[in-house]
Design a protein. Structure first.
Length: 355
């Protein structure tokens, strides 16, 4: 069933990308010229913009403009994987006392953006995170762990290094820092509730516990009805947290195409590649033989996701000036330093309000 969904997703993505490449060369109707975006207000830019609002570089704004936003991410993981191969729960239990079976993660991000100049946009982001993970033990007992709370606060700046006349091509520099406001002390009951609560494993914590650098670079291209681009966004961890470990660095590379179907509706296709490293050091309260989520050497991996999305702009009515985006997809490839829970599907939603 999962293979069928992935095959369908691959086919949809292939068709969309093929159409988009052809349309990108055409750049809209024959003889059409790129739209000059330099004189538009932020609300007008939102109307013509077909880049997914889940792309960080799409948040560059004209001087003096404010924008509030919300982004939600929902990710479901089901079953374990080591390298590129599925691993059964029984195989995991041959090595560990407990095996994770599935996990659900939600992140709700509040965002505020302000542009002091045409070339610089400042952003502040604070996530609220909910996680739940189910487990099975060697004796067949099953239990669930949960954690919930704010994550790490982020401050970023987006600076336009280059913008061609009409904004057909733009190159943006991203720079930011993540502040460790998310908890790394989350606790819950294990299979034996009489033992009380204990500190949760690495994937169930809400923050990194360290200050992290957020550099990056974004390329944006846009014609009359098409948008394309790529974005490289690393997360570089600094030092060790109070529990004597450092989460692995994370490297993210995305490429996308967007098509403005009508004045209020746009479609997007995106490939999102991620590589993340193992934990350095270890939380001394976690027994790495208990379950793989407590093993610092079983936390890294790499993944390539394919996602299709819809952007909706509301030009009239009670929602006038707002933009809504929904994007969903699944991994085309994943290789994990496992055994480790594998991703099953991902959904992103976003809302923007400009003033």
């Amino acid at each position: 069933m999962i293979r069928g969904r992935l095959a369908a997703l691959r086919n949809c993505a292939t068709i969309f990308l093929a159409v988009a490449v052809i349309g990108g060369y055409a750049s809209g109707p024959a003889g059409a010229q790129p739209v000059d975006l330099t004189g538009l207000s932020l609300q007008e830019l939102m109307k013509v913009d077909v880049i997914s609002i889940n792309v960080l570089g799409s948040h560059i704004h004209p001087a003096g403009q404010w924008m509030l936003g919300y982004e939600g991410m929902f990710e479901h993981m089901d079953g374990n994987r080591s390298g590129t191969h599925r691993v059964s729960h029984d195989r995991v239990l041959e090595q560990f006392a407990t095996a994770p079976t599935d996990m659900m993660m939600q992140m709700h991000m509040a965002m505020a953006m302000y542009a002091p100049t045409n070339n610089l946009t400042l952003m502040a982001m604070l996530p609220y995170i909910l996680k739940s993970m189910n487990h099975v033990t060697r004796d067949g007992s099953r239990f669930k762990e949960t954690s919930e709370g704010i994550g790490d606060f982020q401050v970023r700046g987006l600076y336009t290094l280059y913008a061609e006349t009409g904004f057909r091509h733009r190159l943006l520099l991203n720079a930011g820092v993540s502040v460790p406001t998310g908890s790394i002390d989350e606790q819950d009951f294990g299979p034996d509730r009489s033992l009380g609560r204990s500190r949760l494993e690495y994937p169930m914590q809400l923050g990194s516990g360290t200050f992290d650098l957020l550099p990056g670079v974004t390329y944006l291209g846009q014609a009359q009805s098409w948008a394309w681009g790529a974005e490289f966004m690393p997360t570089v961890r600094l030092g060790r947290n109070p529990h004597h470990y450092t989460l692995g660095n994370r490297y993210r590379l995305s490429a996308w195409l967007g098509w403005k179907w009508t004045e209020w509706l746009g479609l997007t296709a995106r490939l999102d590649g991620q590589l993340w490293e193992n934990v350095s050091g270890a939380d001394r309260t976690l027994d790495p033989t208990d379950e793989p989520t407590k093993d610092p050497k079983a936390q890294g991996g790499r993944r390539l996701d394919a996602l299709l999305g819809v952007n909706i702009y509301f030009p009239e009515g009670i929602l006038k000036g707002m933009r809504l985006a929904v994007e969903a997809g699944a991994p085309l490839y994943q290789s994990l330093n496992g055994p480790q829970l594998q991703t099953d599907w991902i959904v992103h939603v976003g809302v923007q309000w400009a003033f």
